[in-house]
Design a protein around this ligand. Structure first.
Ligand code: ZN
Ligand code: ZN
Length: 132
């Protein structure tokens, strides 16, 4: 079981299964959504995910058609992404987790959009877009 919450503590969730597909996304949308050099995220099965508290605070922004980025409307923490083309899987920003997900990002995606002020200093594989 994994637990996560937003910065203000108003929203809490739990995940009963394992995460997968962890990566760092350097696309410009993720950078802006997180106010950071990149977004570290994983995938979670929708059936494993449950809001425990504050679901009514979660607001969705459609960063592109069919891509709904959920965040806490009080504190702004990114919490969950839903995808119209794949509703059985959610995208989960690792930063909101409260415990060790027992996996680490395995690659860098969209490095073609990488912030000029950030240098990647690890040896993980880098991809110009999302690897197939
Ligand atoms: Zn919050
Ligand atoms: Zn991205």
């Amino acid at each position: 079981m994994h637990h996560g919450s937003c910065l203000c503590g108003g929203v809490k969730y739990e995940i009963s299964g394992e995460l997968s597909g962890a990566l760092n996304c350097h696309c410009s949308m993720c950078r802006k959504a997180h106010g950071a050099a990149f977004r570290s995220r994983a995938s979670v099965n929708a059936s494993d995910f449950k809001w425990v508290q504050g679901e009514e605070l979660v607001t969705y922004f459609d960063s592109s058609p069919g891509n709904h980025r959920g965040f806490c409307r009080v504190c702004g923490s990114p919490l969950l992404s839903r995808f119209d083309q794949n509703p059985s899987v959610f995208g989960l920003p690792l930063g909101a987790l409260d415990d060790d997900p027992k996996l680490k990002p395995m690659l860098h995606a969209f490095v073609g959009s990488k912030a000029p002020w950030h240098d990647i200093t690890d040896n993980l594989p880098q991809f110009q877009e999302l690897p197939k």
